[in-house]
Design a protein around this ligand. Structure first.
Ligand code: 5GP
Ligand code: MG
Ligand code: MG
Length: 180
């Protein structure tokens, strides 16, 4: 597989914006916002996380924020099955009420792994929030507490998600078509 092209828009930017706001409404009504530590899983979550934070601001909520850089894919489109920490958190987790934020839930390994280590490090609670939920490839039992959109089994890019570290800048979610 050498050439690839970004095909159709699956979720446009206004649908994303509306859903981000409604996710934050749900999160705020469930969790104690003054105790939140938002943990973004990089790189894919950066745009989603920035919009979530703007929405928290509109609700006058002030979460702390930290980042974890993980890798499970390399440059391909099939999960390698292992999760590596490339860059760890800086903040102490003891007693923290963590909201893990990722771009997409696929096999479930990334979030299951991350939730486990957050709890081992003393987090008081760990909830998870993903923009996209691709249920077709789940290989471990994991469901996100907050999920923006359920999608079918397409490889998608944009709004932070990449193919080979490209297309993260797109303001929408698009399907990728592959050809030889
Ligand atoms: P999981 O550990 O749940 O299999 O994978 C989650 C990670 O896989 C996501 O954070 C993302 O980096 C990557 N991933 C899964 N599906 C897709 C997809 O359709 N497009 C892109 N760009 N990344 C994906
Ligand atoms: Mg990721
Ligand atoms: Mg990726």
């Amino acid at each position: 597989m050498r050439a690839h092209d970004v095909k159709e828009i699956l979720i446009d930017k206004s649908e994303i914006a509306q859903r981000v706001d409604s996710l934050v409404d749900e999160i705020i009504s469930d969790l104690k916002p003054e105790r939140l530590l938002v943990v973004g899983i990089l790189k894919g979550s950066f745009m989603f996380l920035a919009d979530l934070m703007r929405s928290f601001h509109r609700h006058n909520v002030h979460p702390r924020i930290d980042f974890l850089t993980l890798s499970s894919y390399g440059s391909g489109t099939i999960s390698s099955g292992t999760v590596d920490i490339i860059h760890d958190l800086r903040d102490d987790l003891s007693g923290a009420e963590v909201l893990l934020v990722d771009d997409i839930l696929d096999t479930g390994r990334t979030l299951a792994f991350t939730k486990k280590i957050m709890l081992e490090r003393g987090a008081k609670s760990v909830h998870s929030c993903v923009l996209l939920d691709k249920k077709a490839h789940r290989s471990v039992e994991f469901e996100a507490d907050y999920a923006g959109f359920a999608i079918n089994d397409h490889f998608v890019v944009g709004y932070g998600l990449d193919y080979d570290n490209l297309y993260r800048e797109l303001p929408h979610i698009a399907k990728v078509g592959f050809h030889e």
